[in-house]
Ligand binder design. Structure first.
Ligand code: NDP
Ligand code: HSE
Length: 429
C-alpha cells in the first residue's frame, strides 16, 4: 500500500515529539497500519532552531498554510495552537483540499469545532483530536468508540495538569497560590501567561469537547463560565481535609431536562472518590454510562511523549482507513444544546466566613440561610478571642445555586462579617 504522507505544522513540544515518535517507531507503526507513515513536510517559524532531529530532512515551509496545498501531503498535523489565525487558516485550507487533519488544539475546536467537523465531511476528510483532550489518555476514543453503546450519565474530570499540580503542591506544602504558581513556572509546567491553565479556560475547552462526544452537540465553550483556582487559600485546603474532602479544579458534564450542564470550577470531592486520588500533573476522567457504570481514566494529560502518543494514535486510525465523524455522529446531526441555567442547579456548598466573635452572630447567619431555604449540614468554629475575628466554616445540604448566591450576598453585607465570604461547591456524587 502507498505510504501515508504527513505534513507537521508546529515543531514545538508536541510537534517535535511527534516527528521523533513517527521516525523512531516506524517499523511497529508500519506493521500496525500496513503502510509506511512518511513525513514529507514540516513548518515552524524559526528554521535554525535545534529541534532534536534533522529538520532539513523534510521539505520546510515558512508559511504553515502551504502544507495544505502540498500535493505530497495527505494528512496535516496542526500542532501550532491558538483558536484563530494561522491554526484556523491551516485547518480550514487542509480540509477544503480534502486532506485529513489531526490537531492537539482544544481552543480551536472549542470555538470552531462544529464548523470544522462539517467542513471535513463535505470534503471527505477526517478531523481527529485525541491529543487535544487529556494528552496521552485515550478519552476521545473511549467516548466515541468503547462507550458508544451507552447513554452517558455524567462526565467528571480533572483536565488541566498545571492547576492540579498547583493544588496538590499547595496542600502538601501549605504554601499559597502565588508561591506555588511561581515554582510551576520555574519548572516549566505553567506558561509565563498561565491564565488559560489557572483560570479554568484550558480545562473548559477540553470539557466542551468531551460533552460534544457524549451528547452529540456542537461544542458550547462560548456559553461556559469557567472559574479557576486563583482564589483558593491554604486555609480552605486545610478545612477540606478536616471535612474528609479535597479541592480539585473539576469539570462536570451531564444532560438534564433543563439543558446541558457544563461546569468548570473548584470543587471539594470526597477523599475516597477515585478523582480525589488524581494528583500532581496527572489528569483523570470518570465517565458514567447507563450500561457500563463508572469507568475511570487516569494518566499524563500533557507533555511531549504523552501528547505525541495521542497524535500518532489518530494518524494510525487514519492510516488503517478508519473514517469516523469528528464528534462521533455526522456533523449535520450535531445539535445546538442550551446550557441549563446555573442558578437552578442544585448542589452542596462549603462556606468560610471571618466574623466578629460575639453572641448572636451565628444566629444572624443561620437566619439568612434559613430565609433562602439553605439548610446547614455541619459547622466548625475556631478561635475564642473577642478582639480577633473568628473563622466559621459551614457546609450545607443541597440547595439551588441561585438561592445560595443570594444568601451569600446578604451574609457578605452583615456588619459582623469582616471579609468577603468564600464559597466552594461540594461534589459528593
Ligand atoms: P509550542 O509553543 O511548544 O510549539 C508551537 C510551535 O508552533 C512552534 O514550533 C512554533 O514555531 C510553531 N508556530 C508558531 N506560530 C507559527 C506559524 N505562524 N507558522 C508555523 N509555525 C508556527 O506549543 P506546544 O507544542 O506545547 O502545543 C502545540 C499544540 O498542542 C497547542 O494547541 C497546545 O494547546 C496543544 N497541546 C499541548 C500540550 C503540551 O503538553 N504542550 C498537551 C496537549 C495539547 P517555532 O518553534 O519556530 O517558534
Ligand atoms: N497546559 C495544559 C495542562 C496542557 O496543564 O494540562 C495542555 O493541554
Amino acid at each position: 500500500m502507498s505510504p501515508l504522507r504527513i505534513g507537521v505544522a508546529g515543531l514545538g513540544t508536541v510537534g517535535a515529539a511527534t516527528v521523533q515518535l513517527i521516525e523512531e517507531n516506524a517499523q511497529v507503526l508500519a506493521l500496525r497500519t500496513g503502510r509506511r507513515l512518511q513525513i514529507t513536510a514540516v513548518s515552524a517559524r524559526d528554521r535554525d532552531k535545534d529541534r532534536g532531529f534533522p529538520a532539513n530532512r523534510y521539505r520546510w515551509y515558512e508559511d504553515a498554510r502551504a502544507l495544505a496545498a502540498d500535493p505530497e501531503v495527505d494528512l496535516v498535523c496542526e500542532l501550532i495552537g491558538g483558536s484563530e489565525g494561522i491554526a484556523l487558516d491551516l485547518v480550514r485550507q487542509a480540509l477544503r483540499a480534502g486532506k485529513h487533519v489531526v490537531t492537539a488544539n482544544k481552543a480551536l475546536l472549542a470555538h470552531h469545532g462544529g464548523m470544522l467537523a462539517r467542513l471535513a465531511e463535505e470534503h471527505g476528510a477526517v478531523l481527529a483530536f485525541e491529543p487535544a483532550v487529556a494528552g496521552g489518555i485515550p478519552i476521545v476514543k473511549a467516548l466515541r468508540e468503547g462507550l458508544a453503546a451507552n447513554r452517558i450519565r455524567r462526565i467528571t474530570g480533572i483536565l488541566n495538569g498545571t492547576s492540579n499540580y498547583i493544588l496538590t503542591t499547595m496542600r502538601e506544602t501549605g504554601r499559597d497560590f502565588a508561591a506555588v504558581l511561581a515554582e510551576a513556572q520555574a519548572k516549566g509546567y505553567a506558561e509565563a501567561d498561565p491564565s488559560f491553565d489557572v483560570d479554568g479556560i484550558d480545562a473548559a475547552h477540553k470539557l466542551s469537547l468531551l460533552a460534544s462526544l457524549a451528547y452529540s452537540c456542537v461544542p458550547r465553550f462560548d456559553a461556559m463560565q469557567p472559574e479557576g483556582i486563583r482564589a483558593i487559600k491554604p486555609v480552605d485546603i486545610d478545612f477540606a481535609g478536616q471535612l474528609g474532602l479535597r479541592i480539585k479544579l473539576l469539570g462536570t458534564a451531564r444532560l438534564t431536562e433543563a439543558g446541558l450542564v457544563l461546569r468548570m470550577h473548584p470543587a471539594m470531592v470526597p477523599l475516597d472518590a477515585p478523582i480525589a486520588a488524581v494528583e500532581g500533573v496527572f489528569n483523570g476522567i470518570a465517565v458514567e454510562g447507563d450500561r457500563v457504570g463508572t469507568t475511570m481514566f487516569e494518566g499524563r494529560g500533557a507533555g511531549a511523549g504523552p501528547t505525541a502518543s495521542a497524535v500518532v494514535a489518530d494518524i494510525v486510525d487514519i492510516a488503517r482507513g478508519l473514517r469516523l465523524p469528528t464528534f462521533g455522529v455526522p456533523a449535520a446531526d450535531l445539535v445546538e444544546r442550551n446550557l441549563a441555567p446555573a442558578e437552578d442547579l442544585v448542589g452542596s456548598y462549603y462556606l468560610r466566613l471571618e466574623v466578629v466573635d460575639r453572641p448572636g452572630v451565628l444566629a444572624d447567619i443561620a437566619a439568612v440561610l434559613r430565609d433562602h431555604q439553605v439548610s446547614i449540614e455541619s459547622l466548625i468554629q475556631r478561635g475564642r478571642d473577642p478582639e480577633q475575628p473568628v473563622t466559621l466554616v459551614i457546609t450545607t445540604h443541597e440547595a439551588a445555586e441561585g438561592a445560595m448566591t443570594r444568601a451569600l450576598a446578604v451574609i457578605a453585607g452583615l456588619s459582623v462579617v469582616l471579609e468577603a465570604p468564600t464559597m466552594i461547591r461540594v461534589e459528593r456524587a
